[in-house]
Design a protein around this ligand. Structure first.
Ligand SMILES: NC(=O)c1ccc[n+]([C@@H]2O[C@H](COP(=O)([O-])OP(=O)(O)OC[C@H]3O[C@@H](n4cnc5c(N)ncnc54)[C@H](O)[C@@H]3O)[C@@H](O)[C@H]2O)c1
Ligand SMILES: [Zn+2]
Length: 358
């Protein structure tokens, strides 16, 4: 599959190539798409698992790469590591004709993307996403960023890559928790955008959970296509792109509020989607009695992670701080039907009532 992305920021088009086994061709493709030197950014985990294969592909293409390896984890998506990468690039003679290739999950993509956007005012960027979140979400749409101690993803830019190279086979080594994290984003995009795709997920959930190759490849292709369509229409998140926040308003608050430090992003979004469905029902937008299957599917993915001892007032407060509430109301993405999202301002009482009915 080859998805062309047009008219997005800053006005350069790019391709997302998706194919199982594409890794063996990465060297050749990157060689064709870069003229200067190539620097590869990865983390220790992905390096150990997949670098040899990538390096072999580069070697076959006659491509020599510089490599920068950083530790694994969200906590390294910061300005200290950003500076460290810049120093290594300077020491290695990386110049404005060079290409930065990110090889990793969303952390590497976001951080490497910001480096590419800013190093010498911008150098060529190619993403090789290796986690499910990175393949279906973070590598598409040009958002790049690092975290600040006071806020996540707060230092960032919109910076498109030249190319995204996606090989679903690379997901074979991904931990269960990370795989499930990605599935929530896939369910999210299906619910806000494509009823048939949702039905596919629902009908094939066992094959998906058993990580059948064909199912994964299909999920990656369709989710990518859907996200690419959205970001082309609204590259700077003026309107349409906001629907991608479905489940994220409440989800972020769960992640932020100290008590839930252990909750993964996907599970938090899972609870966020359940809450959004409940609110949609409450506002008579959607009759939940007819949509029990959606709740069952999300709960199946959530598994054992329950929302015990949650303080609605604290969570509301976290949301108002995070989302800068207007007139003490918070914007939620709700559904009128599957694939018919709307944005609605919700007050505290409605929120608490929905939470009680979860
Ligand atoms: N830019 C965007 O639009 C966007 C969208 C969603 C998320 N994000 C960002 O992405 C990050 C989350 O992404 P993530 O979930 O990929 O996190 P991550 O990069 O931390 O990857 C998750 C874990 O999986 C490991 N991993 C990656 N590929 C692997 C593989 N093939 N085999 C084995 N292990 C592998 C990583 O080393 C890490 O331990 C967050 O920082 C988030 O803010 C950005
Ligand atoms: Zn998300």
């Amino acid at each position: 599959m080859n998805i062309r992305v047009t008219s997005t920021a800053p006005n350069n088009n790019y391709s997302i190539k998706i194919k199982s086994g594409l890794l063996s061709e990465f060297g050749q493709i990157i060689k064709k798409n870069s003229n200067g030197s190539v620097v590869l950014l990865t983390n220790k985990t992905v390096y150990k698992l997949w670098y040899k294969d990538l390096h072999d592909s580069f070697k076959r293409a006659g491509l020599k790469e510089k490599i920068i390896i950083i530790p694994d984890g969200e906590r390294y998506k910061n300005n200290r590591i950003y500076n460290q990468i810049i120093s290594e690039m300077l020491n290695n003679g990386i110049n404005r004709y060079s290409t930065l290739v990110t090889f990793g999950g969303g952390v590497i993509g976001d951080l490497g993307g910001l480096v590419a956007a800013t190093y010498m005012r911008g150098i060529k960027l190619i993403h090789i996403p290796t986690s499910l979140i990175a393949q279906v979400d973070s590598s598409i749409g040009g958002k790049v960023a690092i975290d600040h101690p006071l806020a996540k993803n707060i230092i960032g830019a919109f910076y498109n890559p030249r190319l995204v190279l996606t090989d679903p086979n690379i997901l074979g080594t991904l931990a269960e928790r990370e795989y499930i994290n990605g599935l929530f984003e896939i369910v999210k995009i299906a619910l806000v955008r494509d009823k048939k795709f949702y039905e596919y997920i629902s009908n094939n959930i066992d094959a998906i959970l058993n990580r059948k190759t064909k199912a994964i490849e299909y999920l990656v292709k369709i989710s990518t296509k859907l996200k690419a369509e959205i970001i082309q229409k609204d590259p700077f998140e003026k309107k349409l792109r906001m629907i991608l926040n479905f489940g994220h308003t409440f989800g972020h608050a769960l992640e932020t509020s100290g008590q839930y430090n252990n909750i993964s992003h996907g599970v938090a979004v899972g609870w966020g989607m359940l809450l959004a469905l409940q609110l949609s029902h409450q506002y008579k937008l959607l009759d939940l009695d007819k949509h029990q299957d959606k709740i069952d599917l999300i709960k199946k993915l959530i598994g054992k992670y329950k929302l015990d001892n949650i303080s609605p007032k604290d969570i509301w407060k976290t949301m108002t701080l995070d989302k800068k509430a207007k007139n003490n109301k918070i914007r939620f993405v709700l559904l009128r039907e599957i694939a018919q999202p709307i944005i609605k301002e919700i007050n505290k009482n409605s929120f608490i009532k929905a939470l009680e009915n979860l």
